[in-house]
Write a protein that binds this ligand. Structure first.
Ligand code: ATP
Ligand code: SF4
Ligand code: MG
Length: 408
């Protein structure tokens, strides 16, 4: 992209970019809005039938007037059936955009899945390629197959309708065929009971502003789970709540997930929430997955310098420090990503080889993968020579040891 030295775009450049953007997005929108698309066009197969969702080299971009924002730039991870996958990473690293891609709820026409796959397991050996599912079919999958719990329930609940009417609508839309009004109401009240709302019949007739934050979040969970979706996306579900309510909501979410045997994709900044809830952890940085593994692997042997920094910046009860660790520097500009490791300019453990191209994923175990040069076999010795705090070195040694053993 042509840019002036001062970093601003001229009006002519900006017009050229928007023309080009429109050309790309018009084409993609036309495809998505087609009617009566045969199922064969979006039928696919899961790589592993034990997975509920598989993200495979997903690229989701926003075509803005300032340039193309590569929000998700080659993300791959699985969400196994019945498990919780925690997605962590700094603000703006693409966590929400990854989940909105699965829901096809990106802000359009700017936001588009450009390439890669999102495979959704439909059961009975059937799977859909979400990036090819047309708009009209997608409406049927939301709520039934995939549903989402947002951070701030007040922005998702409609303030002018009563709680009951809003849950009734979800049931009527997704699962209401052949059901009378009374039957739907009964199911809504059961859903409110299920999420632990004591006065469910009373709350059914209330407006959102009459409820506390914790109750509103329970209502959101009731709405998300009322049609027993296969996958629940919870994007910072408890950030707006105090700690005791947070623990109750997380417990509730875990129990309901087991009851309806669905999977959770849990997005949060809070490593404590991840430690408590997740079976697997995916760490994202600047639109890419930089490390993933089981929760035990990531917490016991964080390998990527960014993950180690995240763990080190978490306060620990009983450990008194003068100052909490914070990762220096900031994330690169998503419009102009470098061609070397995106973390390099902030990395306190970099090696001379880190100036090379973006590092590929190295397996530390069948489930634990990291994208960092330190774990390339030929650099393991070199990595030992770098000056760094002893605690972090110990951590890296443990991970590198695993890497060396896996290589053998
Ligand atoms: N509608 C949009 N138009 C342009 N850029 C967008 C849009 N939505 C998101 N982005 C960009 O995509 C990138 C990823 O955003 P995303 O919302 O996924 O971050 P996040 O990891 O969920 O952050 P947070 O933890 O703050 O919620 C950011 O650089 C953001 O600026
Ligand atoms: S590849 Fe190099 S710069 Fe990037 S995180 Fe690893 S050590 Fe740091
Ligand atoms: Mg977000």
């Amino acid at each position: 992209m042509a840019k002036k030295n001062d970093g601003y775009l001229s009006a002519a450049e900006s017009r050229r970019i928007s023309r080009e953007n429109r050309r790309i997005t018009d084409q993609l929108e036309k495809k998505r809005k087609r009617k009566n698309v045969p199922e064969s066009e979006y039928l696919t197969q899961m790589r592993d039938p034990e997975n509920a969702v598989e993200f495979d080299d997903l690229h989701t971009y926003f075509f803005t007037d300032a340039g193309t924002v590569k929000s998700v730039d080659g993300v791959s991870f699985d969400v196994p059936i019945g498990k919780t996958v925690g997605v962590v990473g700094e603000s703006g690293c693409g966590k929400s955009v990854t989940s909105l891609s699965l829901m096809q709820l990106l802000q359009r026409p700017q936001g588009q899945i450009i390439s890669g796959s999102i495979r959704l397991n439909m059961g009975n050996g059937k799977a859909y390629e979400i990036s090819n599912v047309p708009q009209e079919k997608m409406q049927k999958l939301r709520g039934n197959m995939i549903s989402m719990i947002f951070q701030e329930p007040m922005t998702s609940l409609n303030p002018v309708f009563r709680i009951g009417a809003q849950i009734d609508e979800v049931i009527a839309l997704h699962d209401g065929e052949g059901k009378s009004k009374e039957e739907i109401k009964k199911r809504s009240i059961e859903a409110l009971d299920m999420v632990g709302i004591a006065n469910s019949e009373g709350v059914y007739n209330m407006f959102p502003h009459e409820l506390s934050g914790g109750m509103r979040q329970r209502v959101m969970i009731a709405m998300a789970l009322v049609c027993s979706p296969r996958i629940i996306i919870a994007d910072e579900p408890t950030t707006a709540l105090d700690v005791t309510i947070q623990a109750q909501i997380l417990d509730l979410l875990r129990n309901l997930k087991d009851k309806i045997n669905s999977s959770i994709m849990l997005i949060t900044h809070d490593l404590g929430v991840i430690a408590e809830m997740a079976d697997y952890v995916v760490v994202m940085y600047a639109g890419r997955v930089i490390e993933k593994g089981t929760a035990e692997e990531i917490f016991a042997h964080p390998a990527h310098p960014y993950t180690i920094g995240l763990m080190a910046s978490k306060p620990v009860v009983g450990r008194k420090v003068d100052k909490l660790y914070s990762i220096p520097g900031k994330v690169p500009n998503p419009i102009n990503m470098p061609d070397y490791c995106y973390f390099r300019d902030r990395c306190e453990m970099k090696l001379p080889c880190c100036d090379g191209e973006y590092p590929c994923m190295i397996s530390l175990s069948p489930t634990h993968k990291v994208s960092c040069y330190r774990f390339y076999e030929e650099h393991l010795k070199e990595a030992e020579a770098v000056d760094m705090p002893e605690e972090i070195r110990e951590q890296l040694r443990a991970s590198a040891q695993i890497a060396a053993e896996t290589e053998k």
